[in-house]
Design a protein around this ligand. Structure first.
Ligand code: URA
Length: 289
């Protein structure tokens, strides 16, 4: 395996807190000097694999500005009012409209935007945005609620760097979504009832995006996808399953911003996810679909 790192990868590894031994810069050698000893590069962690870069495409933002809740969606029952029926069969646009108009829990009362997700634009208008990778976080925060797009704050910048190190971008072969589509006030933790109400949307997103690997980020995403109370530390390092899709568990970018030493563990999780993707046969570890 080549250990050559380009500037971007070096910057990313620095960002992730992974230290890399670099070859010494070769000095010009006088003609009469003995040839220098060869110097080999050695990474302390698995280096990122160089992946083909595609021309940047505009991100498919899927925020739906404050929806007209008028879409005539049938409701289930009085107790589950206003979460539409038939989510499990919805097309992508119908699902997006259903989320935009959802009033199934009290989070709808204070949201400015629903946050459906962001990813590679679909091949055809109205089709689902297929992607090899799906990143699942917790819930929109203040910035996401304002902009209608997941991970646009400081944690989002770290996520973008992590994706870049994997040869990905939020508009390339990735779909990013949250467990909750609406912001919990004051960024409090999601409540079980809110997670339960929102889950069918995420399930349908996973079915339609058809990822080969899911990266679950943070305790809430991990515990609600895997239906467990185990801490992340005990779940890392091996694949789990969600709807038949392999899930790799890692720390939330917001947590990593506060716990810098764990960035190296997160990098190890990304490497595991990339090797799983390679094993799944995706081109370039998932660089294009
Ligand atoms: N944290 C999340 O889990 N999701 C976001 O979209 C933003 C912050």
């Amino acid at each position: 395996m080549s250990l050559e790192l380009d500037d971007r990868q070096r910057a990313m590894l620095a960002e992730m807190g992974v230290r890399v031994w670099q070859p010494r810069v070769a000095r010009p050698v006088p003609d009469d000097a003995a040839p220098p000893e060869p110097v080999t590069a050695q990474a302390v962690a698995e280096p990122p694999v160089a992946r083909p870069q595609a021309a940047p495409a505009p991100a498919m933002r899927t925020p739906v500005p404050a929806p007209a809740p008028a879409a005539p969606v049938p409701v289930r029952a009085a107790t589950e009012a206003r979460r539409p029926m038939g989510i499990e069969n919805m097309s992508w646009p119908a699902l997006e409209a259903a989320v935009a108009g959802c009033t199934a829990c009290k989070l709808c009362e204070r949201r400015r935007n629903t946050v459906f997700g962001v990813g590679q634009p679909p091949a055809l208008p109205g089709a689902a945005p297929r992607a090899d990778w799906m990143i699942i976080g917790e819930a929109p925060g203040e910035n996401e609620d304002l902009q209608g797009e997941p991970f646009v704050g400081q944690a989002g910048r770290l996520l973008d760097n992590m994706l870049r190190a994997m040869g990905l971008a939020r508009d390339r072969n990735v779909f990013i979504a949250n467990v909750l589509k609406c912001r919990p006030p004051g960024n409090r933790n999601p409540e079980p009832e809110e997670v339960a109400q929102c889950e069918p949307y995420l399930m349908r997103q996973v079915e339609l995006v058809q990822p080969r690997v899911i990266l679950a980020m943070g305790r809430f995403a991990v515990q609600s996808l895997l239906r467990t109370q185990e801490p992340i530390g005990r779940l890392r390092g091996r694949p789990h399953q969600y709807q038949g899709v392999p899930v790799i568990v890692t720390y939330h970018p917001a947590y990593l911003l506060r716990n810098l030493p764990d960035k190296a563990k997160a990098w190890a999780d990304l490497c595991l996810a990339m090797s799983l993707m390679d094993a799944a046969g995706a081109e370039g570890g998932g660089a294009a679909r």
